[in-house]
Design a protein around this ligand. Structure first.
Ligand code: SF4
Ligand code: SF4
Length: 472
C-alpha cells in the first residue's frame, strides 16, 4: 500500500535530521531572549483581543483594511488560528513554548504565587477534554468569531483563569498548559502527527509519567518521555554539550501515531479526538442545517405551551451574543438549543467513531492482530486524527482563504486548495490505518476488513464536515 504514502518520505526526514543540531543550537543560544518575545506577544494579544471592542464599529461597507475591528478579526481567525494549527504538523507545539503569551503569563504568575499542590480534579485526564468542550460551545453562543467583545471575553477569560491557576497551583510549572488549556490539548494531540519531537539521550523504560520533580514546565518525567503531546518545546531540557537531557529530533510526520502503542496511547486523548471532532462540527452545522431550526421551533413551541416565557429573553452578555446595535441578540432558547445541538453532534460523532474503531479493533484481532482489544481500539482511535485535523483547520480557519482571496486567489482556486487538503487528510488517515495494521502484525492480504471499518470512520468525518467546509 505504498501508494498511500502521503507523509514526507523517510529519506527526506533523515536529511532534515542533519539540520536538527543547527536548529537546536540556535534556540538554546537564544533561549534567554524568550521572555522578551513573550512580552511582545502579550502586547500583540492586548492589541488584537482587548483593544478592538474599544474601537469604532465597522460600517456596512467597511473591509478589514478600513476598520480596526475587522482587521483584528481577520488576523485572529484568518492568520493566527490556521497558521498555529497548521504549524503543529511541521513544528509541533512550538507556538506554546516559543510564542504563546497566555502560557508565559501563567508561568510568570506561578513564580510569584502560592505554590499550592495541584488539585486532583485539575490533574484528572478528562479535565482538558471538558475544558475544550465547554470553551467550544461557549465560543459559539458568544459569537466569538463575529464580535470583538466576545473574543475579548473568551480569550480574556481564559487568560485570567490561566494566570489565577498559575498563581495558586504548582511549583515552577504550568498547570494550566498541562491540565486545562483547550488550545494546548488541541495542539498537543495533533503534535503527535508532527515532524518534530524531543527525545531523551538516555531513555529509561517504563513509559511516560507525570512528575513535579522535573525541570520541565509541563511536568514530564524527562528520561521516560516517549510522546510529544505535553512537550511545549521550551528547550529547557536541551543541553547540546551535556551527555544527558533531551535532543531535538526531526521525523516523518505521522511516525508517532503509527507506533502509538509504545507512545502512551490513552483513552482521554481518543475521547477528545472523537468528542472534539463532533462538538466543533456541531458549531458549524447549527448554522447551515435545517434540523437546527426544526429543533429550535420544537423547543420554542414546547416552552410556550408550558408558559416558560423566560426562554425568549436575552441572557447575560458574558454567556451569549447580545449585540442590539449589530442586530444580533441570542436569547435563552438560542443558548440552550445551540448547546444541545452541538452536544448532540458530539455524542453522535463519538458514537460512530467508537463503533468503527471498535469494529476495526475486533476485526484486526480476528485477522491475527496482536495485543488486546483495548490496545487495538485505542490505536485505531488515533486513525481519525489527520482527517479531523484538516477538517478543523478548513472549518475554523476558513478566514485564511479570505486572506488568500485578498492576495489574489480566485474562488475556484480556493475550492481546489480546500478539496486537495481535505482529500490529503482523508488519505493520510487511511494510510495510518494501513500502518497500524502492519504494526499489529495483520498480514497484508487480511487487512482489508479492519481497514474498511476504520475507513468508514474516516469517511464519516469527511462526509459530515463537507457541508461545514464547502457549504451545502
Ligand atoms: S497550552 Fe495553552 S496557554 Fe499554554 S502555551 Fe499552549 S496555547 Fe498557550
Ligand atoms: S520536554 Fe523539554 S522541551 Fe519539552 S516542555 Fe519539557 S522541558 Fe520543555
Amino acid at each position: 500500500m505504498s501508494w498511500l504514502r502521503v507523509a514526507l518520505p523517510a529519506r527526506l526526514a533523515r536529511d532534515l535530521g542533519d539540520w536538527a543540531p543547527v536548529v537546536e543550537g540556535f534556540f538554546v543560544r537564544h533561549r534567554h531572549r524568550l521572555p522578551i518575545v513573550h512580552a511582545a506577544m502579550l502586547l500583540l494579544f492586548l492589541a488584537l483581543i482587548l483593544l478592538p471592542p474599544l474601537t469604532e464599529r465597522a460600517g456596512e461597507q467597511d473591509g478589514p483594511f478600513d476598520n480596526y475591528r475587522l482587521f483584528a478579526n481577520l488576523v485572529l481567525w484568518g492568520l493566527w488560528f490556521p497558521l498555529v494549527f497548521a504549524s503543529v504538523v511541521l513544528t509541533g507545539r512550538s507556538w506554546c513554548g516559543l510564542l504563546c503569551p497566555m502560557g508565559a503569563a501563567s508561568e510568570w504568575a506561578n513564580g510569584r504565587g502560592l505554590k499550592r499542590a495541584i488539585p486532583g480534579w485539575v490533574k484528572w485526564p478528562g479535565t482538558p477534554v471538558v475544558s475544550f468542550i465547554v470553551v467550544t460551545i461557549w465560543a459559539q453562543t458568544l459569537g466569538t468569531r463575529d464580535h470583538a467583545q466576545s473574543a475579548a471575553i473568551l480569550f480574556g477569560g481564559m487568560m485570567l483563569v490561566a494566570i489565577a491557576l498559575g498563581f495558586v497551583c504548582g511549583r515552577k510549572n504550568r498547570a494550566w498548559c498541562r491540565h486545562m488549556c483547550p488550545i494546548g490539548l488541541l495542539l498537543g494531540v495533533y503534535s503527535r502527527l508532527g515532524a518534530v519531537t524531543f527525545r531523551p539521550k538516555h531513555p529509561v523504560d517504563g513509559g511516560d509519567r507525570w512528575t513535579e520533580a522535573t525541570n520541565c514546565p509541563t511536568m514530564i518525567d524527562l528520561k521516560r518521555k516517549t510522546e510529544s503531546r505535553h512537550c511545549i518545546e521550551c528547550f529547557r531540557c536541551v543541553h547540546p554539550k551535556a551527555k544527558g537531557g533531551l535532543a531535538l529530533v526531526f521525523r516523518r510526520p505521522g511516525a508517532e501515531v503509527e507506533t502509538i502503542r509504545h507512545r502512551n496511547p490513552n483513552l482521554s486523548e481518543v475521547m477528545f479526538l472523537f468528542l472534539g471532532a463532533g462538538v466543533a462540527l456541531g458549531g458549524f452545522l447549527w448554522m447551515v442545517l435545517d434540523s437546527y431550526q426544526d429543533l429550535r421551533l420544537w423547543v420554542a413551541t414546547a416552552a410556550i405551551k408550558r408558559g416558560w416565557l423566560w426562554i425568549g429573553e436575552p441572557g447575560p452578555s458574558w454567556l451569549m451574543a447580545v449585540f442590539p446595535e449589530e442586530r444580533e441578540i441570542f436569547r435563552w432558547i438560542d443558548f440552550l438549543t445551540i448547546s444541545a445541538y452541538m452536544s448532540g453532534w458530539m455524542v453522535l460523532t463519538a458514537g460512530v467513531l467508537a463503533a468503527t474503531s471498535g469494529l476495526a479493533a475486533w476485526l484486526s484481532g480476528r485477522m491475527g492482530g496482536n495485543g488486546t482489544f483495548r490496545q487495538r481500539f485505542l490505536e485505531f482511535g488515533y486513525q481519525v486524527a489527520p482527517v479531523a485535523m484538516v477538517s478543523l483547520l478548513l472549518g475554523l480557519g476558513g478566514e485564511l482563504f479570505a486572506v488568500l482571496g485578498h492576495l489574489g486567489l480566485t474562488p475556484e482556486g480556493t475550492h481546489l486548495v480546500k478539496l486537495a487538503l481535505f482529500a490529503a487528510g482523508g488519505l493520510w488517515s487511511l494510510h495510518l490505518g494501513v500502518r497500524l495494521l502492519h504494526n499489529q502484525g495483520v498480514p497484508a492480504r487480511r487487512r482489508w476488513a479492519p481497514l474498511l471499518a476504520g475507513a468508514t470512520g474516516t469517511f464519516y468525518v469527511g462526509a459530515v464536515w463537507y457541508p461545514a467546509v464547502f457549504g451545502l
